[in-house]
Each structure stands twice: as structure tokens, then as C-alpha cells.
Design a protein around this ligand. Sequence first.
Ligand SMILES: *[C@@H]1O[C@H](CO)[C@@H](O)[C@H](O)[C@H]1NC(C)=O
Length: 340
Amino acid sequence: MPQFLGIEWIDIFSSVERKKTYLGMVAHATLTYPIGNMLLVVPLFLLFPFHWFLLVLLYIALVYYDRKTPSRGGYGLDFIRKWKINQWYAGYFPAKVHKTAELPKDKNYILAYHPHGIISMGGWVNFASNGSGIMEMYPGITFNLCTLGMNFKIPIRREILLLFGCIDCSKESIEYALGPKNKGRAIVLVIGGAAESLDAHPGRHELTLINRKGFVREALLTGAQLVPVYSFGENDVFEQAANPPGSRLRKWQEALKKSMGISLPVVKARGFLQYSIGWLPFRRPINTVIGAPIHVKKTENPTKEQINELHEEYVKRLTELFEEHKERFGVSKETKLTLK
Ligand SMILES: *[C@@H]1O[C@H](CO)[C@@H](O)[C@H](O)[C@H]1NC(C)=O
């Protein structure tokens, strides 16, 4: 890679294959990074310079009409998820899905995704698109990636997320998607959320899971089968400033999380044209292993004991999945999952 002024720049003479994966990454950043997706509407305003007020009114009306959709199963469009550019994007890391068992299409599923990483890059490419070929792997299954309701309050971003099949991660939304009318639905929940992102350092495997039981309760309530998913490499694609518990940075981050509900990891990554600074993830492999479904019996009013029992079983199965596949994906034999 060319050096100039002490900075490592991208190589404009790289192969066509590599350029395609770069384009895939740029497209993803434009579509899903908040600033990028807002910029997408600028051409519309330039095209209709005297009608912007009308455009805004129309948009507000549309959002009002559509306000319940994120918690009513969304409207993911297969042709968008099949876009070739999603496959290019998967090739950037590259990101791959590894299937270990069938998911029969006569049932519904909750896929519990770990770890959260900085922004769950693998979650998006594997489950909000056919980037890694999930459509052929699990025929008859519709995947819906779940995300915070807040994301559906940002103009344009909400439509883009919906088009890729994302839905709200609230209880109401989960229970609707996995309701008795639906079959072959697989919702993907990133269990560790914002808290876990503060532990997303390369090479580390720390999960916020011990007290996260809402997903188990939802599985019991809806009778959806629970599927453990572990994404090796999700924590590797961004570097994060050291923030061990007790450090000043961590205390500040915890305070912010408590007061505003958001995590602000201090991220170091690459840019569009150079490798020193920016917001794009590094080209490092992501290998997402999808475990076998755990049988769940629909239970109207699950008791605390039933929830704890299934949670224990879930943690056991997730740990087994991690142990069975870790060495294949570059994790040392001594490394164990840390749960907190
Ligand atoms: C889904 O992705 C896989 C792997 O990238 C590809 O082979 C397949 O053709 C894609 N399916 C569709 C329907 O586009």
C-alpha cells in the first residue's frame, strides 16, 4: 500500500475484485451510517428546488401513515436484500455464515446474536441482506434483524432499515413477528446491546448475558425456537480505545449510558481513502456460526423458574457452540467466553 506524508493510502491499482468489495463497503456506509443516509435525499431536493416544502410535507404524511410498521413485521424487500452489492460488501471482510443445523420452515425462531461488536457489522451483512448467501442456506425462512426503536425515528434511515427487513426490538414487535399467523420467521436479536459494545475489543470474547433474559421469556411466550449465534471476528473489525472497568474513560461511558442509554466506544478505524483514521471497519474476517435450534414449548405465563431454566440451557448451548468452533476461526484453545 502506498505511503505518502506518513499516511498509508488506498491502492488505486488494486484488483477489480478488491475494488468491488470496497464499493460494497462504501455503499453500506452510505446506506446505513446516519450521515450517509441523510445525504441520499440531497439530489431529490436539488431536482425539485422549489418544491422542498411539499416534499417534506409528503414525507411527514408518509411517516405518519407508516408509523406502526417497524413493530408490525416491517416490509423487507427481497430484491433489495439480493442486490449484488451486498455480496461485494460481504466480500470486504470477508463475512461468511456457517450453518450447523436445519431450521425447518414450519417453525419460528429467535436467533440470539453475539457479540454485539461496535455496530454488529456481521449482523447486518448476514441477516439484513443475502450478502453471505443466507437465503439459499435456509429456504423458506425470512430473517428480520431487530434494532432499537430510536433508529426508526430518524428520517430516511427508517425507510432504509425497513427495506432491508429490520424491525423494532420491542416486545410488542417481537410478539407480532413471531405471532401464530407467521411461520418460518427468524428474528435476530443482538442480546448484549450497547453495554456489550464497550467490551468489543479485538480478540476478546466478553458477553453481557447473565442478566439478559428478556429474549428467553419472549421465546417461551411465542413458542419460537431459540438459536444461538456466535460471530467470530465481529469484535475484530474495529479497534477501540482501552477502557478497562474502573478507568476514567469507562466511568464516563457508563455515566453516559445510564443517563442517555447510549454507549460511546472510542473507535479507531480506517477512512475512505487512507488507513489511519476514519469510520470504516478494517478488512478482517467475520465468521458467523448459526447453532442448532433449542426446542421451546409455548408457555402462556412463564414463571421465573421456567425462564431461568431455559436461560441456563441457552448459555450452555452457546458455550458449546463457541468451544466447538473457536479454533477453526483463530481463537486459541485457552480462550474462554467471559460472561457478565
Ligand atoms: C444469495 O447469495 C449467495 C452467496 O453470495 C448467492 O450464491 C445467491 O445467488 C444469492 N441468492 C439470490 C437469490 O440472490
